[in-house]
Design a protein around this ligand. Sequence first.
Ligand code: ZN
Length: 68
Amino acid sequence: MTCPFCSSAEVERVAQWGGQIITAQWRCQACNSYFEAVRDDFNDEPSDRGDARQPGDRRRDLPPARRY
Ligand SMILES: [Zn+2]
């Protein structure tokens, strides 16, 4: 990952999520700019947004039934 403004590699991820589910927010330590980039670790996305999953998987996201 390098900064899109100054091409420095001195970047750190400041937020797990950016404006979209597949992006994360990063900050460049060289020029102090914030930017978003597509996540490398997209595999661990939360299942509750689910648009990349099979339709049948949605019911797994329901809360467990309450026990009395
Ligand atoms: Zn920079």
